[in-house]
Design a protein around this ligand. Structure first.
Ligand code: SF4
Length: 324
């Protein structure tokens, strides 16, 4: 029964992006709604623009017309010294003092004629998001897809997420979530009653190593997952590991995750997501440094060997599993 007390046009949240035709974020063709804010700091994060809970300014220097040609931002009411040019440099493109940039908003960005300045994230209502998601309802019906909430960590906005998930169900749309699990249980309790599929990360096994690579240990995460498996037997759970070379691409981690999930029959699969470097450019747009510049994708043979262990644990024939 619904406990809904607020009008969907009144509940607002901070949305990073709405991506249509996604095929890796749950069953079928899906629309993935990325929300702002994350409670982990994974060194390999490919969505650094999702970490801050607030909308934030970004800058693509390649698009800047330069101070002589344009210079609009230099004359803006931005805090003094926020934008500047470097005397004696080869070009007159602007630079940003990122410490002063935190309070920038749409008004600052709108001054830029070339979109070199832009915002990551905006406020939206539940109704606005669902209206956009519903545009592809026919694809969801034909493919068994639906809406996926991702992030960041979707459940850090529990009221907004619950409104989206419940509203999707009311419109006949299947729901999935991608989560790292580092939230108070009360937040999960609010959102999980409206979830059909939960894709959840097991990043590292040992608490101290988890903390080293993600900023927090995994004790609360594992407690939450176990409680979720037991409290919500009708959710389909899919475990995932973002596979980082030399960090967690070893049999020990894979077998430890299998040991954790296999007693729970509603955990229907365990997927490996090999590391990629697609998000690196976004670090530059935000004035951040990407720490793992030397990392490469894990070798194919490592991924295949680890997938074979998972297939065996799930009783799948390896040849058939590769055909799927
Ligand atoms: S307003 Fe945009 S294009 Fe103009 S100088 Fe500033 S960043 Fe460059």
């Amino acid at each position: 029964m619904s406990n809904k007390t607020t009008n969907p046009s009144e509940i607002t949240g901070r949305v990073l992006n709405i991506q249509r035709y996604c095929t890796h974020d749950g069953p079928g063709i899906r629309t993935t709604v990325f929300l702002k804010g994350c409670s982990l700091r994974c060194k390999w994060c490919s969505n650094p623009e999702s970490i801050s809970p607030k909308p934030e300014i970004a800058y693509d220097a390649k698009k800047c017309a330069g101070a002589k040609e344009c210079g609009a931002c230099l004359k803006s009411p931005f805090p003094e010294g926020g934008f500047y040019v470097v005397e004696g440099a080869d070009d007159d493109k602007v630079h940003i003092n990122w410490d002063l940039a935190v309070d920038c908003d749409e008004a600052t960005v709108s001054l830029c004629p070339t979109e070199a300045l832009f915002m990551y994230g905006k406020k939206m209502t539940v109704e606005e998001v669902l209206d956009e998601v519903e545009r592809d309802a026919s694809f969801y019906r034909s493919s068994g897809g639906g809406m996926t909430l991702s992030g960041g960590e979707f459940s850090l906005q529990p009221e907004f997420s619950a409104g989206l998930l419940e509203g999707a169900h009311e419109r006949g749309i299947n729901t999935a979530v991608e989560t790292a699990g580092n939230v108070p249980w009360a937040s999960y309790e609010k959102v999980l009653p409206h979830v059909d599929t939960m894709l959840h990360d097991h990043k590292l096994t040992i608490p101290e190593r988890h903390k080293k690579w993600t900023g927090v240990d995994n004790r609360r995460i594992l407690e939450n997952f176990k409680k979720a498996y037991e409290t919500f037997p009708n959710i389909q759970f899919i475990a995932r590991t973002p596979l980082m070379p030399g960090v967690n691409d070893d049999e020990e981690h894979i077998r430890a995750v299998l040991e954790f999930i296999r007693p729970h029959k509603n955990v229907i699969d365990y997927e490996l997501l090999p590391y990629h470097r697609f998000g690196i450019g976004k670090y530059e747009f935000l004035g951040h440094v990407y720490e793992l510049a030397d990392f490469t994708t894990p070798p194919d043979e490592t991924v295949q060997r680890l997938r074979a262990i998972i297939d065996e644990a799930f009783g799948r024939n390896q040849e058939n599993a590769e055909d799927e």
